[in-house]
Design a protein around this ligand. Sequence first.
Ligand SMILES: [Zn+2]
Length: 55
Amino acid sequence: MTLTCLECKNHVDLSLYPNLVVDQIIECETCGITLMITNIDSAGEVLAEIVDEGK
Ligand SMILES: [Zn+2]
């Protein structure tokens, strides 16, 4: 599975999350932003959105 960070555009290491599911909260190791998984497609491509922690 692959995920590109929405903030820093770096590859996020999903090997830290072997049981990744939709709605799971993960963190980009590079920039530290919090992301929520929104979709995992059959090709293994992972989509996420930025979690706004400022509220
Ligand atoms: Zn990042």
